[in-house]
Design a protein around this ligand. Structure first.
Ligand code: 5GP
Ligand code: MN
Length: 338
């Protein structure tokens, strides 16, 4: 976002607006943290503001201050639609094309509101009048901090806002270890702790939430791990039957994909998760180093994301999806050999 854009958004916020904030479908810690931090900020300035999530999100995020205000577009459909119709200003956070919000896409497309996008994924589309798009950022939460600071309001960051932003940075950086973590990220996190983010509490509430069935599901996933040494690749699959055996709850598979990368000599890790209800296989891709899983997901699995973390989907069966995936690796052999 250049200075002109920031000033323009600042000007819009100096007048009363009807504001809606939208995270992506299957929201993660960064999506929920950034929408909540912005929600607190705008509400404290006296604006009318609502968060509408396209669908439900994991339980391990349902403690963040303000989470009970988040509307679910699938469940509270008529209320959510009315708010979108009335909106004068819509912030979309942690995604950059409207295909990432599922059923909510048509409601936003019909809206007459001014759109502001704040996001750190690659290849933004151009639906927003004002864009703060930066792929070098660790997280959308770090960008919300910057946005508030640009507007000269960092003294208005409350402990509630601070813990929301802290949590999103923590989850999107794998607890400050991925390569997107910069010294600036650490400075922002330090400032958030000074502003009242209880850091240990955030770690406990997000990561120390295992259930016996989730640990058993992890055991099943690790048993299913396949290593393709030739391609420095490892993948995991979970069928719908396996998910049901271990009483799968939304969010239970979070982080499973990363186990492949902990193996020596593995630079590309994938997890395939069958979703019979939606008739798709949801796929997460992770890499270490140069190999761009963003491009891989974009080219072959209708997805996208970042260089080292992306997602996509397939409409064929789990077995067919995996067979297709393995067949693709040949053409990437050189790239996958560092
Ligand atoms: P995850 O594998 O944790 O769901 O997602 C990894 C990254 O890829 C996240 O930044 C997420 O926003 C992005 N991503 C996940 N699924 C999709 C998808 O279907 N399309 C696009 N464009 N990005 C995705
Ligand atoms: Mn993010």
């Amino acid at each position: 976002m250049n200075l002109k854009d920031i000033n323009a958004v600042g000007n819009l916020l100096s007048k009363p607006q009807q504001i809606v904030i939208v995270p992506h479908k299957n929201a993660d810690g960064d999506a929920i943290g950034s929408t909540l931090a912005l929600w607190h900020y705008l509400k404290n300035m006296g604006q009318q503001v609502h968060i509408i999530a396209p669908n439900d999100y994991p339980k391990f995020l349902k403690w963040m201050p303000g989470h009970e205000q988040i509307l679910n577009f699938e469940k509270e459909n008529s209320q959510a639609k009315a708010l979108i119709e009335q909106a004068t200003l819509i912030f979309t956070l942690d995604f950059n094309h409207l295909g990432r919000i599922g059923q909510m896409e048509s409601a936003l497309q019909e809206s007459q509101a001014t759109f502001v996008m704040i996001d750190h994924h690659q290849a933004p589309s151009d639906y927003a009048q004002y864009m703060y798009s930066d792929v070098t950022m660790s997280s959308t939460c770090e960008m919300i901090y910057n946005f508030i600071e640009f507007l000269g309001d960092d003294d208005k960051i409350t402990p509630e806002m601070a813990i929301c932003m802290y949590t999103g940075i923590m989850t999107d950086t794998g607890s400050f270890k991925y390569s997107s973590t910069t010294s600036r990220t650490h400075k922002v996190v330090a400032a958030l702790i000074d502003k009242g983010a209880e850091n240990t509490r955030a770690h406990n509430l997000v990561y120390d939430t295992n259930t016996p069935s989730r640990l058993h599901l992890l055991g099943c996933a690790l048993k299913n791990l396949v290593i393709l040494e030739e391609y420095h690749t490892a993948y995991i699959s979970l069928s719908q039957d396996e998910l049901e055996t271990y009483n799968y709850q939304k969010g239970d598979t979070e982080g499973f994909v990363n186990y492949g990368l902990t193996l020596h000599g593995i630079y590309f890790a994938v997890i395939f998760i069958e979703n019979r209800e939606e008739g798709i296989v949801k796929i997460s891709f992770r890499s270490e180093g140069e190999f761009s899983v963003n491009e891989f997901a974009r080219n072959h699995f209708n997805g996208g994301g970042h260089t080292n973390a992306s997602g996509g989907r397939s409409d064929t069966s789990l077995q067919e999806t995996i067979a297709y995936f393995v067949s693709l690796l040949k053409e990437y052999k050189a790239e996958l050999n560092p």
